[in-house]
Ligand binder design. Structure first.
Ligand code: CDP
Length: 231
């Protein structure tokens, strides 16, 4: 069967969107795109150029310098997915820190930033066969996606998962700081003016608080297979 569809996965922070998106892309032979990595990359760019720090955010300079940030995904066969590059520097590890997480929602609220990234995302998905995860994939980037999933789970579960992930990567973080970040990002992401995080009407909501990765994968893969039989 050669018909390719588009799969849009949206949801709150640390709901395991990238885990399910990668599993689906591997299973189906589709391209996986982590749109959050692109917002994280723009945040890293803003931090590096001192446009944003704890007590200031120079939005004008960020907007004026957007063209100087060249983003690229390059596939790394040894890990089985694409890594994020900013101006030819591999920043995959650098963008996953709590520091970047603490600034990313402010940067992602800027319309000019969104416009730049949404244009690239649409281009990446124009031939279908793509699984993209983020906040506005089903509502803005691919409004015609054949499958739209909206992931939720309790803030405590999400913070615990993200805390464990960061500790495993060797980062020194406290559970309380991770929890605060998860809740703060949800608030900014759902209340911003441009492309707020909302469930698309036709999206299927999956609360994975009490699901293992395997159970979640089985449920969503079944939905995808049913859809592929229909198209
Ligand atoms: O992995 P996690 O769910 O914690 O976050 P992410 O997917 O890496 O996204 C980081 C941040 O980027 C989010 O909190 C949003 O502020 C922003 N984002 C967005 O605005 N739109 C997207 N399509 C993806 C991410």
């Amino acid at each position: 069967m050669n018909i390719k569809i588009t799969i849009a996965i949206d949801g709150y922070s640390s709901t395991g969107k990238s885990t399910i998106a990668k599993q689906l892309a591997n299973q189906l032979g589709y391209v996986y795109v982590d749109s959050g990595a692109m917002y994280r990359a723009m945040t890293f760019f803003a931090m590096k150029n001192e446009f944003i720090s704890k007590d200031h955010f120079d939005v004008t300079s960020l907007i004026e310098n957007l063209d100087k940030a060249q983003l690229k995904f390059i596939y790394n066969p040894s890990i089985g997915f694409a890594e994020m590059y900013l101006n030819d520097e591999n920043i995959e590890k650098a963008i996953r820190t709590l520091e970047v997480s603490n600034f990313v929602s402010q940067v992602a609220a800027i319309s000019e930033v969104r416009k730049k990234l949404v244009t690239i995302q649409k281009e990446m998905g124009k031939n279908k066969g793509v699984v993209m995860d983020g906040r506005d994939i089903g509502t803005v980037v691919f409004t015609d996606a054949e499958i739209k999933i909206f992931m939720t789970s309790s803030a405590e579960t999400r913070a615990k998962r993200r805390f464990d992930e960061l500790i495993e990567k060797g980062q020194e973080v406290s559970y309380d700081d991770v929890y605060t970040n998860v809740v703060a990002r949800d608030r900014v992401d759902t209340t911003r003016k441009d492309s707020p995080l909302v469930k698309a009407d036709e999206a299927i909501e999956i609360d994975n608080s009490n699901l293992t990765k395997e159970e979640q994968f089985a449920i969503i893969l079944k939905l995808v297979e049913e859809k592929l039989r229909d198209v």
